[in-house]
Design a protein around this ligand. Sequence first.
Ligand code: AMP
Length: 216
Amino acid sequence: MRCVILLGPPGAGKGTQAEMLSEEECLEHISSGAIFRENLKNQTELGKLAATYINNGELVPDDVTIAMVRDRLSAITSESGFLLDGFPRTRTQAEALKDVLQEFDENLRVVAIYIKVPSQELISRLTGRLTCRAEGHIFHTKYNPPKIEGRCDHDGSELYQRDDDKPETVKKRIQVYLEQTIPVIDYYQNQALLVEVDGNQSVEEVSAAIRSALKV
Ligand code: AMP
């Protein structure tokens, strides 16, 4: 069983790569951001609590996020394993994850993939991003446009711009990433679990680089 952790700044392409990889490798895709957005859409208590943080480009508090992911991990059914997209984002979350993973099979193989993208690329990637209303499939006005404008290629649902992909919030998210998530990259590097992949290439090239990193 495998645990793949996708790390990288907002706009690195984690979500797009996670969609492809989870399907190819039969890994359960766990996106903390998508779970929060789902809760927001359904107006649950968790969604209401998370909304202010998300809309301000800040991180949802660790205790809330960790409890949510722990819950989700207790419901894993795939024997191949799972892929974490957007979690952990702080050192405290990384340490909590380590504890949770100890409850899994002792043969669980953990690998953290760091998709590295220069900061100046991120703003245009995020502000042009389009997300599908039904399933969260990801497109981009310029780099990955849908076949029919405003409609998802996979399920035909409406494409929209996430509130937190507006320019003011994007800047804040990148700042939060630099302050709080860079230490997570160091954390996995120090444990020799990190593989770095150049994210400044086409979607297909990044995907090929990730697949070859996973074969090692
Ligand atoms: P994402 O879809 O991964 O870009 O996440 C969207 C937003 O959800 C983030 O900007 C945070 O506000 C919140 N979020 C997602 N994952 C986490 C996490 N691991 N820790 C704290 N907040 C998170």
